[in-house]
Ligand binder design. Structure first.
Ligand SMILES: Cc1cc2nc3c(=O)[nH]c(=O)nc-3n(C[C@H](O)[C@H](O)[C@H](O)COP(=O)(O)OP(=O)(O)OC[C@H]3O[C@@H](n4cnc5c(N)ncnc54)[C@H](O)[C@@H]3O)c2cc1C
Length: 398
């Protein structure tokens, strides 16, 4: 292997959130390494706004995203039919434009380059190009998932410029006082400045299709009710994220997120399972993984085992969130799903922080259930056992 010629030290397949961040920091920490990002789209990071909570990251991890932050707010609010609350906990957003600009000026990148083959030391492009690298990172987004084992968080967001000031000083993380339309539905608002804001219609739904037009119309009528007159739509963001209900939510590879390990290429971001099963947020788990990868030597032999270990740790921590997902999607009627979140937002601030960070304590599990969630005990047990039986069955079949 040592006689082999390598074009690069590291090649990053997919220039999304995870690979762009890691490539940027490898460039900063190890300027002599030759690195390359291959991205099929026109821009790194696509067209996204990524947000996260203060408590999601340690100080060290926070430093890895600090250069990319577009906005910070000191608190946020939530509103449900019978409960609303302000949380005095900072909330941050990163805009993909900023990620694109900063990473592009630092890291050699080939845009509009689709990759068709990824192996531990080789990459093949759509047009037959080949790249050899000492270490390859696969960050191509979600692999194919099993539609029977996931539900969806789908949304359309419009970045708007209003005619008059909107009056918001902090984000509304969930305004679920709207018709639920057979889902857990809420509006999400991020005020960028006094006249500009992102308004998103988000739905936790059994189906993944997004009708952008009807979502857009709903956003406009939400704005009307708020008395916000739209001057211009600046940008549209559409998403449909799988919300895993069971551990084996992927197709192929025996249906496990760990399946990618069999292909021996380190997978980052959502592809490697680095995301919160209930919120769909990947930034915190991804940044945690990046902070650990940066501590080891940037070569395959060191990187691969650490990524595998971290991915397994994240997968292990997610069992409770998948159970919560089953409660949400299978334990109650679709239009009543919001009650679980309404109940959750009556919990202590520390527990809410740990929930978003994906780091609940065992006592938090007990607290959540002793707090009597608005769900029948029988249904809660059905959600728990249904999974166990299926899991046993899948084990027998494997
Ligand atoms: C609209 C939206 C909003 C979100 N908001 C948040 C949020 O606020 N906070 C949060 O933590 N998470 C959020 N998420 C979830 C998650 O963080 C994002 O999906 C995040 O972008 C995942 O990062 P990633 O690097 O794993 O994949 P991506 O960012 O999806 O990057 C994958 C990249 O690989 C490229 N690619 C794919 N296949 C190929 C190929 N064959 N060849 C070359 N390139 C390829 C894609 O074009 C893409 O750029 C959001 C998701 C969506 C869809």
């Amino acid at each position: 292997m040592s006689d082999r010629h390598y074009d690069y030290d590291c090649v990053f397949v997919g220039g999304g959130l995870s690979n762009s961040l890691l490539a940027y920091w490898i460039r900063q920490r190890y300027p002599k390494l030759k690195i390359l990002i291959l991205e099929q789209g026109e821009k790194l990071g696509g067209n996204h706004t990524w947000s996260f909570h203060e408590g999601d990251l340690t100080q060290e991890e926070f430093q890895l995203v600090e250069p990319f932050i577009s906005k910070r707010w000191e608190g946020y609010s939530v509103a449900f039919p019978k409960h609303s609350r302000r949380m005095d906990s900072s909330y941050y957003s990163i805009k993909s434009e900023r990620l694109h600009e900063r990473v592009l000026e630092q890291v050699e990148t080939l845009l509009e380059t689709q990759v068709t083959g990824v192996a531990p030391f080789n990459i093949t492009g759509k047009n037959g190009q080949q790249w050899a690298a000492k270490c390859v990172f696969d960050g191509r987004g979600f692999p194919v998932f099993n539609p029977e084992m996931v539900a969806f968080q789908k949304f359309v967001g419009l970045d708007l410029e209003l005619i008059d000031p909107h009056g918001l000083t902090e984000p509304i993380l969930m305004d679920a006082t709207c018709p639920q339309l057979n889902s857990f539905r809420f509006f999400y608002c991020l005020p960028w400045d006094e006249k500009r804001l992102l308004v998103e219609d988000t739905r936790y739904s059994d189906t993944g299709e997004v009708d952008s037009e009807s979502f857009g119309a709903e956003i406009k009528s939400f704005c009307e009710k708020k008395g916000w007159k739209i001057a211009r739509i600046l940008r549209e963001e559409v998403g449909s994220l799988p919300i895993p209900l069971r551990a084996k939510y992927l197709l192929g590879d025996k249906g496990q997120p760990e399946g990618w390990m069999a292909r021996l290429v380190p997978c980052l971001g959502v592809r490697g399972g680095f995301f919160h099963s209930t919120t769909g947020y990947s930034l915190p788990d991804t940044v945690r993984a990046i902070s650990r990868i940066l501590l080891v030597k940037t070569e395959y032999q060191s990187v691969y085992p650490i990524v595998v270990t971290l991915s397994k740790q994240v997968a292990k921590r997610q069992w409770f969130f998948r159970f919560l997902n089953r409660l949400l999607f299978q334990g109650c009627e679709a239009n009543c799903r919001y009650r679980i979140l309404e109940f959750f937002y009556r919990m202590p601030k520390g527990l809410i922080r740990r929930f978003y960070a994906g780091k609940l304590w065992p006592t938090d599990y007990i607290r959540i259930f002793l707090g009597a969630p608005p769900i029948k005990i029988r249904d809660a047990f059905r959600c728990l056992f249904h999974n166990r039986q299926r899991f046993q069955q899948e084990k027998v079949n494997a």
